[in-house]
Write a new protein. Structure first.
Length: 295
């Protein structure tokens, strides 16, 4: 498996965008089979560059994340990016987890502060890490991993000091050893370009910043997601979703159209790639990539 930093360098040298997908560990064995035997093969037909696998609040999906990363790499020969959080982990526990990743041939880690179980205020684990930059630095010391971090074009929902203060934290994460950034989902491309320009020109961040995109599946679901992550729904988009409130089929088709137009504009503006939050469903993402001529 390749280091994602190398994948990015190769793609940027050719002028082609990196395409990646995010999956979450299903809660049931049936969900595991559907993801691994149906959804991932359908997405693989688009020839993605890598995928990421999330890590539940407080490390609640630790073993499932490891299993899915392992199977994706062994069975589908696709480079996997394993999420790893600070929550409920001491430094020693993180060191042990990194050894497991290394044994599985996983060379890529997305280092996150993470969310506390139950959604409460984050509390650092004694003997652990308070900030994701500390986790990045620790991983960098442990061996040769390619490390990604999260970026928040609209600011992190937990940062009460505003987005500019939040963006300062990104500089610390990159200084600690991060190779690339994947952003939180957003619907207004101006937020991404303002964020990218500020951290690159004002803060000296030079690593690739990959925008995170989601194709809307239905109105109620996307409202829940944006409330949880702090992303806004622009007024025009909100008005359209109100009209589609009770028509999930039409909302899904609209989601494909909106995501296609959003991605076209991101790539025209120089984004290095696209990271799709798939929600473990292939159809919409595959259609968007076909529309873009990237499948």
């Amino acid at each position: 498996m390749k280091f994602i930093r190398d994948i990015l360098a190769e793609k940027m040298a050719t002028g082609k965008p990196v395409v990646s997908f995010e999956f979450f560990p299903p809660k049931t064995e049936e969900g595991d089979r559907n993801l691994l035997e149906n959804q991932i093969p359908a997405l693989l037909a688009t020839k993605p560059d890598f995928c990421s696998v999330t890590y539940g609040a407080g490390g609640s999906t630790r073993e499932k994340t490891l299993m899915i990363v392992d199977r994706i790499q062994r069975e589908h020969h696709l480079t996997a990016l394993a999420h790893l959080t600070c929550v409920n982990h001491t430094q020693a526990e993180v060191g042990s987890l990194l050894e497991k990743f290394r044994t599985l041939g996983c060379k890529n880690i997305l280092a996150l502060r993470g969310d506390s179980p139950g959604g409460g205020e984050f509390q650092a684990t004694p003997g652990g890490f308070e900030f994701s930059s500390e986790l990045v630095g620790f991983i960098r010391q442990q061996g040769d991993f390619s490390i990604g971090v999260a970026g928040f074009p609209e600011g992190h929902i937990a940062n009460k000091n505003g987005k500019l203060a939040d963006w300062e934290h990104l500089r610390g994460k990159v200084a600690a050893g991060a190779d690339f950034v994947i952003t939180q989902l957003f619907f207004d491309n101006q937020d991404y370009f303002e964020f990218q320009d500020f951290v690159k020109q004002k803060l000296g961040v030079s690593v690739p910043i990959i925008p995170g995109v989601i194709a809307i599946l239905n109105a109620a679901q996307i409202r829940r997601f944006t409330q949880l992550c702090g992303s806004k729904i622009p007024p025009a988009l909100h008005a359209k979703l109100v009209l589609l409130e009770n028509d999930d089929a039409a909302a899904l088709e609209f989601g494909i159209e909106y995501a296609t137009q959003q991605c076209e504009a991101l790539l025209r503006g120089g984004a290095p790639g696209l990271h799709f939050y798939t929600l473990n469903k292939a159809h919409s993402t595959v259609q968007v990539l076909k529309n873009l001529g990237l499948a």
